[in-house]
Ligand binder design. Sequence first.
Ligand code: DGT
Ligand code: CA
Ligand code: ZN
Length: 576
Amino acid sequence: MTNNELADVFERIANLMKIKDELVFKVRAYERTAETLRSLGEEASALAARGALTSVPGIGKAISEKIEELLSTGKLGFLQRLEEEVPPSLLEMLKVPGVGPKKVALFWKELGLLNLADLQQAAAEGKLRSLPGMGEKSEAAILAGLASLAQRSGRMTLLRASEEGARWLAWLRKQPGVERAEPAGSLRRWKETVGDLDLVVAHREPAALMQAFTAHPDVARVLGQGENKSSVELKDGLRIQLWAQPPESFGALWIYATGSKDHNVRVRELAQRKGLSLSERGLLDAQGNLLRMPEEEQIYAALGLDWIPPELREDRGEVEAAAKHALPRLVSLGDIRMELHSHSTWSDGAVTIEEMARAAIARGYKVLAVTDHSHYMGIVNGMRPEDLPRQRAEIEEVQRKLGGQILLLQGAEVDIRSDGALDYPDEALAALDVVIASLHMSLHQPREQVTARLLNAIRNPHVDIIAHPTGRLLPDRAGADLDWSAVFAALAEHGTALEINASPMRLDADDAHTRHAAGLGIPITINTDAHAPRGMDEMIYGVSVARRAGLSAECVINTWEVEKLTGWLKKRGSRA
Ligand code: DGT
Ligand code: CA
Ligand code: ZN
């Protein structure tokens, strides 16, 4: 067990004792033990092995015996007896803002509540207000606390994670002795949301670096500090884990800290079968000698594997594919030649069509589709069908001005109304070069109803693309509950494209649905939905979803030659 895992056990003991209403000084001893363990410079297991646990200030005989029992058996009789007296499910309730151990004890003893779900139900039924020391106000506060707890997943968007990661990597690269600093964990795998940041460095003597890191002025709390690994919580709540190994072990460290956990397990098994031993400290041969491997490629090669792009490291068959040299050639940002979903001042965009076109040219794009919103209620400044001819005239004028640098398409992002009807009549849709349909309102209708709306749009022969299909907002707001098998069947039947909306707040469709859709031959399009030039820079996040879905460039419309795109649109009966 690591120091952090041991500390968690002692924290658990302290909380259970508080609910049991034990004496404060007894509880405090366990809390202090947890704090001591988290800031210990050395692993408790190493201290125990030397019989030196009691030399740590604050760790007496009773505590050191408990630590030794945990280290040797992974269990603790004392805790097991405590959990028989105080149900551990009660601890869930402590996470609710405004609920402390005294209230948990009250709810448990007076009402028999055992967990969060019980508490939710009792509060909703108005059963808490009549308890001693409670009232309508405190009951309402608990309901509000429960709601905010459900909202908080403790995860951040990829955008925030990338920005914070870049800032901390820049800081790390300036520290003495740092030979290399790189992102790892879910950030490097481009997972749609990130829990904590994992950063890795190559360093020969990292003790001083760990010290500087945990003493950084932005740090609020040190969750763990060791020779090769430290973990902190910043004042704004962000958590960072910093890992360090000497340069000759960097390949193994980077693989380990990148994960995912399931990928690591698979790779380590493979190493074992070859008589090797792989950990975050390095790759050891059968004699226990460290193999000098500063690069990931060297480790994978030693295991008979091609290098695996981090986006694929989720144990979804990538290790087997790498062994057969059959990994897909993943689409990359450089393959993208067009943006097919963008807004201008004709609806809620910030700049003119010409400025958006110039921004697209600056990014090397060959096609820009201007797809302003339709006018349906709730959409700010949406366009009425009668505005479309005047917009067409402006697009043609900009096209003349910019000549062959880029092809401009007139499209629209047509709202799918709450009753499933599209916001423009068919004549208006038929006059457009490309039509995007999307759900914006009434996302939380029952599954059959919201799915039927989407199917209605897919079946309209003028609709080319379904944008951000669920309407979810990351990190925490769920989107529509779609019947995906019906949606996939309709998309495949009509050849309609499915969008990966590249905004880090959306990433919708997600990687799993994209993988499934592409497997059925459904065309995939990646678009930023830019409302200003800088919005176009989010393309990389959409590409990451496609990469996590295992897609090569051919599956993605935006990588096609211009003629292939216009041919596809013409065949669908669009004007382009
Ligand atoms: P997150 O932070 O929830 O967005 O997800 P990750 O993937 O960054 O996970 P995290 O931060 O818990 O751990 C970072 C990496 O450390 C993870 O990707 C793989 C490695 N790791 C963590 N725990 C274990 C473990 O128990 N076994 C193995 N083999 N690797 C682990
Ligand atoms: Ca992480
Ligand atoms: Zn849009």
